[in-house]
Design a protein around this ligand. Structure first.
Ligand code: GDP
Length: 177
């Protein structure tokens, strides 16, 4: 393990933000461990998980931080955002309110994160298309206005999760290299 750690070329910190219950923890678990847990978590406190991938022949460790419930208490602190090169801003396509709050999260990111932080908007729970409350067009328009990358995804089915994380990692790579 120590030998492998020495081979890491870059560590990219990515924070996951968005309203409570949109699926932030599940997206992170899907990308880092290819897992989905049907029982939801209840831990409080900032945590991160990692996954190392190869990008342009460099070993890149994605260190992905989860608010672990702190967003419920408006207690996401600037320490959470410090050093973040990327942010995944997640809403739930079946819950309009979580999309209406996205603008607030963008403000929060602009206030606490670095200007060069790459932000990707994720419409999660795409598997629940029958209960959709946010159109893809509305989200695309908002993302374009705000200069965010955008993808719908499903942590449950795994659809687009890998590609969304790889996209943000590639964009960060473009910023730092
Ligand atoms: P967080 O509070 O944003 O971290 O949300 P969680 O990851 O804890 O997920 C909240 C709830 O939504 C849980 O009951 C998950 O099982 C469920 N969930 C998360 N992602 C998906 C998804 O892609 N599809 C569906 N159908 N449910 C999901």
């Amino acid at each position: 393990e120590a030998e492998r750690a020495a081979e890491i070329d870059y560590v990219f910190k990515i924070v996951v933000v968005g309203d409570s219950a949109v699926g932030k923890t599940q997206l992170l678990g899907r990308f880092t461990k290819d897992e989905f847990f049907f029982d939801s978590k209840s831990t409080i406190g900032v945590e991160f998980q990692t996954r190392t991938i190869t990008l342009n022949r460099k070993r890149v460790k994605a260190q992905i931080w989860d608010t672990a419930g702190q967003e419920r208490y408006r207690a996401v602190t600037s320490a959470y955002y410090r050093g973040a090169l990327g942010a995944m801003l997640v809403y739930d396509i079946t819950n309009r309110q979580t999309f209406d709050h996205v603008a607030r999260w963008v403000e929060e990111l602009r206030a606490h994160a670095d200007k060069s932080t790459v932000v990707m908007l994720i419409g999660n729970k795409a598997d629940l298309a029958a209960r959709r409350a946010v159109s893809t067009e509305d989200a695309v328009e908002f993302a374009e206005e705000q200069g965010l990358f955008f993808s719908e995804a499903s942590a449950l089915s795994g659809e687009n999760v890998e590609s969304a994380f790889l996209r943000i990692l590639e964009e960060i790579y473009g910023v730092v290299s």
